[in-house]
Write a protein that binds this ligand. Structure first.
Ligand SMILES: [Zn+2]
Ligand SMILES: [Zn+2]
Length: 347
């Protein structure tokens, strides 16, 4: 079968590899669509991928098939697996969990001591077929199409952030960063009943998309002072979601809060940054962070199926697997007008 395999930094090859064989306790899925994620771009640049030793849960290491935001059809069910049959339409929850550490026992698999993702720490879904654990599979209702089902995974990230925030119905919020996660945060905050949603970014195309998916106001930070504008228009937001991952946006998020407001760090900021803590202190504000998601797939699926969340709007491009490097990774790096690019894997 054809797959996009990560060998090394900037060395991702679309090549033929052996079709995987189902094992007892596992399920074989024919992949329909897989989205390209920011972490795939990190992988392209040489970070995050499991190298040197096998991941403790997947038992796999590079060269690895990338891809983790996916939908597909079950083709074969391994011995001992119940509840699934060939032909089921599914979304894949790609998080690896050990099942044994305290976080796993507490029902917080996203905090697992051995957290990982298929597609980064085990073979993923930029391939015609994937072998996965049954706990990763969620059956899809008829109202969800296969392409939008590939958006359930990144939506779960944003949804989890909003769910864990102190946002209440009627609250005013700001979202810093209008990339895919920022856009999905806007959609989730709207679903949670925000009365005002102010999107901040430096790309006019992304801001146009932010307005389309539900932002009530947009601020181009290259043209106006985001903090002044937010304070002038809202008196300070109840919650500021940080989905841009820069020192300036974290600081601006803090400065945009009302008294006792909350900044939620949704982005992953791998390197230390300088933060002015004074606004936090003076406002008795909170700064929290979320990572991945847990136990939200069924809710996200229901809310997409019912039309409460229209996530399909963030798809800006669809490409075949053969074009994944040039028209996928390269395009996302150079063209900031892009949001979510989906790769089609079904024949
Ligand atoms: Zn992702
Ligand atoms: Zn664990």
């Amino acid at each position: 079968m054809k797959a996009a395999v990560w060998y090394a930094k900037e060395d991702i090859r679309v090549e033929y590899i052996d079709e995987p064989v189902v094992r007892p306790g596992k399920v074989k899925v024919k992949i329909a669509w897989t989205g390209i994620c920011g972490s795939d771009l990190h992988a392209y640049h040489g970070h995050v991928v499991q190298v040197n030793e096998p991941h403790p849960v997947s038992g796999e290491m590079a060269p690895l098939t990338l891809g983790h935001e996916s939908s597909g059809f079950i083709v074969e069910v391994g011995e001992g697996v119940t509840g699934f049959t060939a032909g089921d339409r599914v979304a894949i929850e790609p998080m690896l969990r050990c099942g044994k550490c305290q976080s796993c026992k507490d029902g917080n698999p996203n905090l697992c001591d051995h957290i990982g993702f298929i597609g980064l720490h085990g073979n993923g879904t930029f391939a015609e077929y994937a072998i996965v654990d049954p706990y990763m599979l969620h059956k899809l209702p008829d109202h969800i199409e296969m392409d939008e089902a590939a958006l359930i995974e990144p939506t779960a990230v944003a949804f989890h952030a909003v769910k864990l925030s102190q946002q209440k119905v009627g609250d005013k919020v700001a979202v810093f960063g209008a990339g895919p996660i920022g856009l999905l945060t806007i959609i989730s905050a709207k679903a949670a009943g925000a009365s005002q949603i102010i999107a901040v970014d430096i790309s006019s195309e992304r801001l146009a998309l932010a307005a389309k998916v539900g932002a009530t106001a947009v601020i181009d930070a290259t043209k106006e002072d985001a903090v002044q504008s937010i304070l002038a228009n809202t008196g300070g937001v109840d919650v500021a979601y940080e989905a841009a991952g820069a020192a300036s946006t974290v600081n601006n998020a803090l400065a945009s809060l009302r008294k006792q407001g909350e900044v939620v760090i949704v982005s992953i900021i791998p390197n230390p940054i300088a933060i002015d803590i004074n606004p936090l202190t003076i406002k008795e504000a909170k700064m929290t962070a979320t990572i991945g998601y847990r136990n939200v797939y069924p809710q996200v699926i229901d809310m997409i199926a019912s039309g409460t969340m229209n996530v399909k709007q963030i798809i800006t491009k669809k490409i075949p697997l053969d074009k994944i490097v040039e028209e996928g990774f390269q395009t996302l790096i150079t063209d900031k007008a892009q949001a979510k690019i989906l790769v089609e894997l079904q024949a």
